[in-house]
Design a binder for this molecule. Sequence first.
Ligand code: SF4
Ligand code: SF4
Length: 279
Amino acid sequence: MNPPIQQTLPPIARKQRLAVFKFASCDGCQLSLLDCEDELLAVAEAVEIAYFLEASSHFEPGPYDVALVEGSITTPHDAERIQEVRRQSRFLVTIGACATSGGIQSLKNWADHQEFLRCVYARPEYISTLNDSTAIADHVTVDFELRGCPINRHQLLEVLKSLISGRRPRTPTHSVCLDCKRRGTVCVEVAQGIPCLGPITQTGCGAICPSYDRGCYGCYGPAAQPNCDSLTSQYLNTGSTHETLIPLLHNFNADSPPFRDAGNRLRQSAVLDSSGGRP
Ligand code: SF4
Ligand code: SF4
């Protein structure tokens, strides 16, 4: 669930100053802003785009009214830089799975970090990274989280419009399941026995995957109050395996607490199963 908004921006006489920052990420969420082709000119009219290196090499120094932050924290330098971004920003919005829950790169949190460095880099001694990939909210106070991998550009525009006009953003937090019902999609879990994370995943995509006969794999992260253990128990009872379910949960939003903890419990029960119940 999105964290409570601590404040809204009161309307001011000048244009609000917008900054877009990148941390460890693929840039796809920033591209979602550039992908707002029909609305981008209106956005540029309504706010001063003061810092957006993906779009322009020209930038203005802070402070900024609104900061959009993409990416997770994976290096000591980024752990320091996000503190400065926070100091420079009145309202900090994290965008995308990387920023809100560590992203796909947080899979390294379950692996041997040093071994990865040895496998990937010819000279790992030159690489300075943290052992874990973590969400921005693990490091600084975040005013609003916008989920998705990538984010939904309509939701992004809603967040920007609301901040410019001084009201709270209205983005839904119901589960993907409800979207399947609304668009008349036959449930892939019920009809085909495909394990689907739709019941515990937040809306945002419009239930695209089930409409193409595949299960939801949770790219918008946990819905409000998800009962992950109940869902995985049901799937285990109906023939799914730990090998299928663990990567479903430990995926784009692997380090979001509900998915992380439910996946960890599955990992533990898989170990117990393979050892015949001996710890
Ligand atoms: S959330 Fe997904 S699309 Fe956005 S930056 Fe991360 S990997 Fe890219
Ligand atoms: S396909 Fe998945 S998201 Fe859609 S109704 Fe079934 S369980 Fe829910």
